[in-house]
Design a binder for this molecule. Structure first.
Ligand SMILES: Cc1ncc(COP(=O)(O)O)c(C=O)c1O
Length: 251
C-alpha cells in the first residue's frame, strides 16, 4: 500500500486519496494492521474509509470491531457498516466527524438520495441490537461466539481441513478448484448442511472455499456434524473428480 500511495503522490501532490478497506475481510476472515495503515495514510495525506460490516458487534471491546480491538477507532476518517450481520436486520450507516461527508452523501450518493429510507421498524431493530451489542449480553455472546470459532478451527484441523484467515466469526475452509467446489457443495447440501461455497470471481481462481459464518447459538454437536459433513463431502468430491464422475453421489 505504501508503494501505491508514494507513486500517486510522486505524480500528483494534491490528489485526494482515500484508502478503502474492511474491518474484517469477508472472504478471507482476516483483518488489516490498522496502525500501520493509518500511519501510512497520514504520511501521504490520504483519508481512510473502513467498512465494518462483518466485525462491528461481533469483535472488539463492546462490539467495537477490529478498529476498537486495535485502538484506532478515532483515527479513521469515514466508517461504513451494515446492520445485516451482527445486528440481524438490514440497512447500514456512514459515520464521520467531518460534516462535509454528510453533504457529499446528499450531493453524490445516488442510492442515499433516491432510495426509500429505512422503515421505523428496521431502525428500532438496529437500535435494540445496538443495546445488546454494547451491553453485558453482547459480551457474553461474543465470548460464546469466539469459543465456537476456536472449537471449529480446532475441529477442522483435527479432520485435516485447511483453514484460511485468522480466528473470527468468518471461518473459510479451503476447497481449491471450482469443479471440486461444485461437487462438494452439492454433497454437503444433500447431507443436510447449508454452507456457502465461494468461487471465482469473489475469490481468486482455484481458491474456492466454504465460508462458514458462526453464531454463538450453535452447539458443539452441530458444529461437529457440520465439520464431518464438510470432510466427507470434500473426500467424496475428490473421489468423483479423480474417477471422472461429474457428480458426487451423497444421498
Ligand atoms: C463488506 C460488506 N459491506 C457491506 C455489505 C452490505 O450488506 P447489506 O447488503 O446486507 O447491507 C456486505 C454484504 O455482505 C459486505 O460484505
Amino acid at each position: 500500500m505504501e508503494e501505491i500511495l508514494a507513486s500517486i503522490r510522486a505524480t500528483d501532490a494534491d490528489a485526494g486519496i482515500v484508502v478503502v478497506t474492511e474491518g474484517l475481510f469477508s472472504m478471507d476472515g482476516d483483518t488489516p494492521d490498522f496502525r500501520a495503515l493509518v500511519a501510512a495514510a497520514k504520511r501521504y495525506d490520504a483519508l481512510t474509509l473502513v467498512d465494518v460490516a462483518h466485525d462491528l458487534g461481533a469483535l472488539g471491546p463492546g462490539g467495537s470491531g477490529a478498529l476498537g480491538a486495535q485502538g484506532v477507532l478515532d483515527d479513521i476518517d469515514i466508517i461504513t457498516g451494515a446492520f445485516s450481520k451482527a445486528f440481524g436486520t438490514n440497512g447500514g450507516f456512514v459515520a464521520s466527524r467531518d460534516p462535509n461527508i454528510h453533504w457529499a452523501q446528499l450531493c453524490f450518493g445516488g442510492t442515499f438520495t433516491y432510495s426509500t429510507a429505512l422503515s421505523p421498524v428496521q431502525v428500532a431493530v438496529a437500535n435494540c441490537a445496538m443495546d445488546i451489542v454494547t451491553g453485558a449480553e453482547g459480551d457474553a455472546r461474543r465470548e460464546a461466539l469466539m469459543a465456537n470459532v476456536q472449537y471449529v478451527r480446532a475441529g477442522a484441523e483435527e479432520r485435516g481441513l485447511t483453514l484460511v484467515g485468522a480466528p473470527s466469526p468468518i471461518v473459510p475452509v479451503h476447497i481449491g478448484s471450482e469443479a471440486l467446489s461444485r461437487l462438494a457443495g452439492r454433497a454437503s447440501f444433500r447431507a443436510g448442511l447449508l454452507a456457502t461455497c465461494l468461487e471465482f470471481p469473489v475469490v481468486p481462481r482455484g481458491a474456492a472455499r466454504y465460508r462458514l459464518s458462526l453464531s454463538p447459538a450453535f452447539t458443539s454437536a452441530q458444529l461437529d456434524r457440520a465439520l464431518d459433513v464438510i470432510r466427507d463431502s470434500l473426500a467424496e468430491a475428490a473421489d468423483a473428480l479423480a474417477n471422472g464422475r461429474t457428480s458426487a453421489s451423497a444421498a
